[in-house]
Design a protein around this ligand. Structure first.
Ligand SMILES: *Cc1c(COP(=O)(O)O)cnc(C)c1O
Length: 713
């Protein structure tokens, strides 16, 4: 190459970098990704899914092919001057062909094995909380997966990181954490591997925020900031006790941190401010519980500053992540107070109040109170609005805490409550659309979500997207700085960070994670908007279907009342129905449980039998004496099942009866049938005169009779 040619080439390369392919800043990429773009026509339910018979196969095939071809072009056109590395000759070589032959065999073997998987797509699958995945979810996932972005840092995912941030804001909007662009920027939401990690993150942050004011006080003393005040009475922080400081509201705690920084920095001339800020941040960081560790943090609080062992308060219907999490974060699973359920399987607000009063009078720090929206076993919705109200009242009395809403399952139903402009819908409008759902209480509860501090929601549950995609949304995004870690290797080598460059990995529990999940959730929310026109259409329908299922059970119960008891023991709050079976006249709990198990054995996944032998698949749960309010359960046994409540006993009592061989009639749990009506097609006809729900109901008496005969009851 001659000198001038060389020069020309270098120049070309230089220009290439600078003008043709600029290093796009996130804001610029964001501008290319237009608005929230939500389609403003109502979704057509049948267009959203592949369908139980793959009815939409042609459409999906076309999309998948487009996705793949588009990716192929992208590869070819990245430096088209680069030569290919795999030649045709190689592709037809013996070794190559043999490898592919083997590959194909293995693939077909895998595809064969997958046929034993569970037909979640079928309206006959009415078991656990999963069903069809949306086409948008699948296609969005595969499209991004081919690019394999890693949403740990902006440098590894310039496009999908933005999608993830956008998804966080869309969810925040749906929950009412904000409505304007500016308000939503103040929130913080991102995708997690699932509801479990989202719940963990809420604990991590709640603990950080809870003890933040104490860290500020120590830091303020170090920096001699005597005029720093906190709370509604503007009390000087350096004179506040540890107990007073931890009972500031989460927002007040975060305000305090900001004021501490401003206060310190304001004393410096302009050119020294940046350094002063760094100093104040670093001193604060040294004093936080997350950097000191519980032992060091608590043991320096002495005398009137000494704190009792902190607790968390969760519903009895909690998901077991609430048992794991407090152990992981050094709170201790024994410090988790479980509030028993009421008659509707919602957290009993009177008992919650009692626990909070106790905490106040005994000065026990409460890190977090959790309410569930769509409990895992029952789909029950806790009165979130009442928890919010209680916090406001307790705050004036001197006790505060973070409120977390575990809406892993029910969260997407918030879409039913928002009109196309994001405004709250009226209760009567909703009830007309969704067969009477929601009740006044459920409505109030969903409205109350906007005043919680954080919300867990699982796109891979009622968002109908493929695993893994959970999400956590914080109302006050400032909290993310408390858990922020610097990971220089992930932050890129360039000297100056652009303010728009978002490194999600810095603020979250996980590290590397699939950008494909973000794309999947993003595309789903674009195609199926997070309002009444989109997800609201599907999920409102499922709530109505659950009510239909519930009513049908009551009808069958009426028809076979002489022989059997069929009891759906509460009206569904969301789209899960729980129910019990018994033989009329039987008053023994163990017999009732055995009878139920027998029925269930024909309605469950059985590794011994092909799944095709199942006409329907439901799921079950067990209500243990210790885990559920026995007063409520005994009442159901007595009044609705005809079982002597005395037969329901604690596990240790049951074990000692067992040792004496005297368990006749007794048991320590109740076997419960659980049906999740997530599949929107359960009300489609399966025969000319019956839909899937009707078919299930039609077969029910036969199943009960069969179980009774086999067990000779
Ligand atoms: C499913 C569920 C979780 C856990 O979510 P994963 O995605 O399985 O980790 C947490 N809380 C509730 C209420 C749930 O239903």
């Amino acid at each position: 190459m001659s000198n001038s040619e060389q020069e020309k080439r270098e120049l070309q390369e230089f220009n290439f970098e600078d003008t043709i392919m600029p290093h796009l800043l996130s804001g610029e990429v964001g501008a290319l990704l237009s608005g929230d773009g939500s389609a403003q026509t109502p979704v057509v339910q049948k267009a959203l899914f592949l369908g139980p018979k793959s009815e939409n196969a042609d459409l999906v095939e076309k999309l998948l092919l487009q996705v793949f071809r588009d990716h192929v072009y992208w590869r070819r056109n990245f430096h088209p001057e680069d030569p290919p590395v795999i030649s045709h000759a190689e592709q037809y070589s013996k070794g190559f062909l043999a490898f592919w032959g083997n590959f194909e065999r293995e693939l077909f073997a895998l595809l064969g094995r997958l046929k034993s998987d569970i037909p979640f797509f079928s309206p006959r699958y009415i078991g656990h909380m999963l069903s069809e995945t949306s086409i948008a979810g699948i296609v969005g996932y595969i499209a991004a997966m081919l690019y394999n972005p890693n949403n740990v840092s902006w440098e590894a995912s310039p496009v999908t990181t933005l999608l993830e941030i956008q998804v966080g804001r869309m969810l925040a909007k749906m929950f009412g954490f904000g409505s304007t662009e500016e308000e939503l920027e103040g929130t913080w939401g991102h995708i997690t591997s699932g509801g479990t990690v989202a719940n963990f993150e809420s604990i991590w942050v709640a603990k950080g925020v809870k003890f933040l004011p104490i860290a500020v006080r120590y830091s303020a003393r170090e920096l001699d900031l005597t005029d720093l005040t906190a709370g509604p009475d503007n009390t000087p922080v350096t004179r506040m006790s540890a107990w007073e400081l931890i009972n500031l509201n989460p927002v007040e705690a975060l305000d305090l941190k900001d004021r501490y920084l401003q206060n310190y920095v304001s004393a410096f001339p302009e050119d020294e401010k940046e350094e002063a800020l760094a100093e104040a941040v670093s001193i604060l960081k040294e004093n936080t519980i997350l950097s000191m560790g519980d032992h060091a943090f608590f043991s320096r609080l002495k005398g009137k500053d000494e704190l009792n062992v902190p607790i968390m308060i969760v519903p009895q219907t909690m998901h077991y992540s609430w048992e794991k999490g407090p152990g992981i974060f050094g709170i201790g699973s024994k410090q988790v107070k479980r509030i028993p359920i009421d008659r509707y399987f919602r957290t009993d607000m009177i008992l919650l109040r009692r626990e909070l009063d106790r905490a106040l009078s005994k000065r026990i720090p409460v890190i977090q109170v959790v309410g569930v929206v769509g409990s895992t076993e029952e789909g029950a919705v806790d009165p979130i609005h009442t928890i919010v109200k209680m916090r406001n009242e307790m705050r004036s009395a001197g006790l505060s805490f973070s409120i977390h809403c575990d809406a892993a399952y029910g969260g997407y139903m918030a879409a039913c409550f928002r009109d196309r402009n994001g405004a709250l819908r009226s209760l009567p409008d909703m009830q007309v659309d969704y067969g009477g759902w929601p009740s006044r209480n459920i409505y109030a509860s969903f409205c109350g979500m906007s005043e919680t501090d954080s919300i867990t929601v699982d796109p891979h549950k009622t968002g109908y997207v493929p695993y893994s995609a959970g999400a956590i949304v914080f109302r006050d995004g400032r909290c993310k700085e408390l858990v922020a870690q610097e990971a220089p290797y992930a932050l890129g080598g360039r000297e100056k960070q652009h303010p728009h460059e978002i490194h999600i990995g810095k603020y979250i529990m996980e590290g590397s994670k699939a950008g494909a999940s973000a794309a999947s959730v993003f595309l789903s929310s674009q195609v199926i908007p997070l309002n009444e026109q989109g997800y609201g259409k599907i999920l409102g329908r499922t709530a109505a279907n659950a009510k239909t299922f519930y009513n049908h059970l009551l009808e069958v119960a009426d028809a076979v009342g002489d022989e059997f008891k069929i009891v759906p023991f509460f009206q569904p709050d969301t789209n899960i129905v729980d129910y019990l079976f018994n033989v009329t006249g039987n008053d023994k709990l163990d017999v009732m449980n055995r009878f139920s198990l027998k029925i269930y054995s024909k309605l469950c996944i059985d590794p011994e039998r092909p799944v095709q032998t199942r006409r329907f698949i439901v799921s079950h749960t067990e209500f243990g004496y210790e885990n559920y309010n026995p007063i409520v359960l005994k009442q159901i046994l007595k009044e609705q099942m005809g079982v002597k409540p005395g037969y329901f006993i604690p596990a240790d009592e049951f074990i000692s009866k067992k040792a004496k061989g005297k368990t006749d009639g007794y048991d320590d749990h109740i076997f419960v049938f659980r049906t999740t009506l997530m599949n929107p097609f359960v009300v489609e006809k399966v025969t000319p005169d019956k839909n899937y729900i009707e078919m299930f109901m039609h077969e029910l008496p036969v199943r009960l009779k069969h179980a009774r005969t086999v067990l000779k009851l």
